[in-house]
Ligand binder design. Structure first.
Ligand SMILES: Cc1cc2nc3c(=O)[nH]c(=O)nc-3n(C[C@H](O)[C@H](O)[C@H](O)COP(=O)(O)O)c2cc1C
Length: 143
């Protein structure tokens, strides 16, 4: 079965809610989904999935160094043309998801639109969009 890896950094659970909704969306389209905090993923292990969604909240107008290091390691291990998505909750500037998306593009991944950014805690509508993104990722890797 094709596999989606969902990786997130979330300090108060906002980005995790997005990650959970992406995972649920993909599962509803019958792909294998593994979802974990980046602390619990080995970058090479996530890189081996058929598609990878990476989410992070924004701190001090950027992504935190540990998730940046994780993404860089993952991209060294990933095959060109693999499908990916970037997402994250933010407060006022929201750079992290855009930075992750840019790194994925430069790293040779095929990035799905949209880069999903949600201000603070995702609402019902935001979670539906996350769910949709999960379904889109699943359809991509099933084809
Ligand atoms: C110390 C600190 C610094 C932050 N800096 C930013 C920032 O520069 N830009 C921004 O958009 N949000 C910033 N935020 C807001 C968080 O990104 C926001 O609370 C987000 O919803 C947290 O999501 P999480 O629970 O997934 O970590 C900051 C929050 C804290 C506590």
């Amino acid at each position: 079965m094709p596999k989606l890896a969902v990786v997130y950094l979330s300090t108060t659970g906002n980005t995790k809610l997005m990650a959970d909704a992406i995972a649920d969306g993909a599962r509803s389209r019958n792909v294998d989904v593994e979802i974990k905090s980046f602390y619990d993923w080995k970058p090479e292990e996530a890189a081996a999935a058929d598609a990878i969604a990476i989410g992070s909240s924004t701190f001090h107008y950027t992504m935190l160094p540990p998730i940046e290091k994780f993404v860089d390691k993952l991209l060294k291990a990933v095959a060109n043309g693999k499908d990916g998505a970037a997402f994250g909750s933010y407060g006022w500037s929201g750079e992290a998801p855009t930075m992750i998306a840019e790194k994925m593009r430069i790293g040779g991944m095929n990035l799905l639109d949209p880069v999903l950014r949600v201000q603070y805690r995702p609402n019902e509508k935001d979670l539906k969009e996350c769910n949709r993104l999960g379904k889109d990722l699943a359809e991509k890797i099933k084809n």
